[in-house]
Design a protein around this ligand. Sequence first.
Ligand SMILES: [Zn+2]
Ligand SMILES: [Zn+2]
Length: 379
Amino acid sequence: MVTDPYATLGVGREATPDEIKSAYRKLARRYHPDVNPDNPEAEEKFKEIGQAYSILGDEEKKARYDQYGVTDDQPGAGGPGGEYFGAGTNINDLFEQFFGGFGGTGFGGGRGTGRDGDDVRADTTVTLHEVLTGTQRTIKYRRMAVCDHCQGEGAEPGTPVETCGTCNGRGAVMRVANTILGQVQTQTTCPTCRGVGKTIQTPCKECSGRKVKVQDAEVDITVPPGVDDGITLRVAGRGNDGVDGGTPGDLYVVISVQETPGTWRDNLDLHRVVEISYIQAVLGDKISVDALDGKIELKLDAGTQPEATSRVRGRGLPRLRGTGRGDFVVHWRLVVPKKVNEEQVAALKAFAEASGEKMPEAEDGGLLGGLFGKKKRKK
Ligand SMILES: [Zn+2]
Ligand SMILES: [Zn+2]
């Protein structure tokens, strides 16, 4: 039983999830039963490592351990023993998450782990309307894919492939390491053939023996409603191909939402600026505004003030993988005319008189000055 998972993994309490994962990977590789056949001590150690990681690799269980110092699978904690690793197969499940499931056949068969493919990033842009409805996209991108000329063997077809002299085709070599536990004999991947057990005389002409080459790829994805700028969608196994039996990486599609001038989002609410005239603001009006899903008829009250807003419930953006929609918020922007003609000035004069307001006197530069002032006449 693991009493201190931090000590088991050899990490400090402040270790980040990545550090914990990395420590687990290293130890799991070292003590994996396939690397240490018929070694009960290594097997026990491997189980402990798996238990420790099942706690520290799980946010909830880690928090519980940090707070109470116990976990469900420890005696006295009240839980049934071996919740996480009772059957032993769970360790392999965990292990396979990392190494692509070679457990049993990979190391045991004398072959290496291969090299996993890297993740690949692609980008796509959606409109605000597509944020509302969701959409389909065909993503075109480039990835390292298994070379079709050599079928991923790395050798030019028809040329000899020889058994590796370093490992005699086993793909692995034994190594004695000094560890805190004393001398430990471990089996590691052969450095000459990288675990393949074979050496190539004439590398494939198309991929130079790398076994993969850059190729165009296409994948159809579904963009769910409610995505926001920077949301990433993962397409498992569509990244770079692995070599020598390694697993392919994943494709990450980063979503950008097209910007619309005068429109912005605040969480689920969609905001839009709509311009109105002085007359509309004073007298009120019926105004048709383009929303995401068709037009909305809005009543502008008489006497609407500059920067006033109107909120339409439920006509904003949908929640990602949820229900309900935000609001559509219209920001009324009062637009003052930059030019008026003499007729309009006369009308404004009449308006000023009717309001008991004095007509402003502009000496120069002002609108009245520009129309009737000396500067205008000089030209
Ligand atoms: Zn090739
Ligand atoms: Zn070798």
